[in-house]
Design a protein around this ligand. Structure first.
Ligand SMILES: Cc1ncc(COP(=O)(O)O)c(C=O)c1O
Length: 376
């Protein structure tokens, strides 16, 4: 059976985990966490990267830093993972869903302004499949209405928009290192902070409301409880696993990109003949080959294709059920404007096997079976 995803391993993971064990430092913020955070800062140019236990937690941390309160409204697409909304509704805010663009599946930046009220506090662009939202427009709207921008860049590590790394354009950026992501630590993530004035508070919230980070750096002689906080720092064991991948990030990037390009080449004719649609990468966006999807004509055709591919030992999967149609979304959110594309486009998406190390033979086999399905 051809898996949809295989978590990446580059070879040094066990060695580094053993190193952490031998150094008797397996809790958070040891040498491997430092290496990973520095890597993110160096690669992206962000003022500060804090490794977290997940992207969900990075977004929660961002919501606290943005002082999101009960009654606030936060604008986001409905076509996203639950965590995008969870982080804000946990603080009592309402998730305000806006329609997506059919080309990238990202929030339609031209509809955001109509969804803003006096209660709006933040915009959360989600960079679907590692392809950037239209950030110039979004940042301009946010500046004119004094709103925070919190980028859900869970899928956007090593992607950029007009030369800027995703996650560094808004006030805060949230990365995921979940096992399904390009670079992984099992469960994990990172918060990227643009404004240096937010760093100290972020460190405190991440460390149970204490100034322990300052204490470890030798800046104070004892640490104490200074604010409300939580525990968002991952174990060194997870960071050791991640370091084995980040130090080989270019190898992973190239390998995934080759597979993505091969899918695109192999399926281009089917698109030209009008059977399917392929992903669109707008000008100025550099993506990271996080995902390769096709769009079928409709839900029925997608269901038939999933079934057909399964019969050929290929696992292909659909993606998000729009949040506004989910029980919690109905209770805790509101779709503002018209759902022109969110539901219909979400029903057409089919994701194909793509992971570090997938061979050209597998990609060609999957593409050839999709051909056979349409040409039968
Ligand atoms: C768009 C998006 N946001 C947030 C998350 C949550 O990431 P994590 O599992 O690291 O909490 C995911 C995970 O798949 C995601 O795709």
């Amino acid at each position: 059976m051809i898996s949809f995803n295989v978590p990446p391993t580059l070879g040094k993971e066990l060695t580094y985990i053993e190193e952490a064990i031998r150094s008797h430092k397996i809790c958070g913020d040891g040498e491997f966490t430092k290496k990973c955070s520095k890597w993110i800062e160096h690669k992206t140019g962000t003022a500060k990267a804090l490794l977290t236990t997940s992207c969900t937690h990075a977004t929660e941390l961002a919501a606290i830093l943005a002082n999101i309160k009960p009654g606030d409204e936060v604008i986001m697409p409905s076509y996203t993972f639950v965590s995008t909304a969870d982080a804000f509704v946990l603080r009592g805010a309402k998730a305000v869903f806006v329609d997506i663009r059919p080309d990238t599946m990202n929030i339609d930046e031209t509809l955001i302004e109509d969804a803003i009220t006096e209660k709006t506090k933040a915009i959360v662009p989600v960079h679907y499949a590692g392809v950037s939202c239209e950030m110039d427009t979004i940042m301009d709207i946010a500046a004119r209405h004094s709103l925070y921008v919190i980028e859900d860049a869970a899928q956007g590590v090593m992607s950029s928009y007009k030369g800027q790394a995703l996650g560094t354009i808004g006030d805060f950026g949230c990365y995921s290192f979940h096992e399904t992501k390009n670079y992984s630590m099992g469960e994990g993530g990172a918060l990227l902070i643009k404004d240096c004035s937010n760093i100290e508070r972020a460190e405190i919230i991440r460390e149970k409301g204490t100034n322990r980070s300052k204490f470890f750096r030798g800046e104070i002689d004892k640490y104490t409880w200074v604010d409300a906080g939580s525990s968002y720092l991952p174990s060194e064991l997870n960071a050791a696993y991640l370091w084995a991948q980040l130090e080989c990030s270019d190898i992973i990037y190239k390998d995934r990109m080759n597979s993505w390009n091969l899918y695109f080449e192999q399926l281009k004719d089917l698109e030209n003949e009008g059977f399917i649609e392929l992903p669109v990468i707008p000008k100025g966006c550099v993506h990271n080959a996080h995902m390769f999807y096709i769009k079928t004509k409709n839900l029925q055709e997608r269901t038939d294709l999933i079934f057909y591919l399964k019969g050929k030992n290929i696992i292909s999967v659909f993606h998000y059920i729009p949040l506004h149609s989910a029980p919690a979304g109905k209770r805790l959110g509101e779709f503002r404007g018209t759902d022109h594309y969110t539901t219909t486009e979400s029903e057409r998406i089919l994701r194909l096997p793509l992971y570090y190390g997938v061979t050209p033979e597998v990609v060609e086999y999957v593409a050839s079976e999709i051909y056979k399905f349409y040409k039968k």
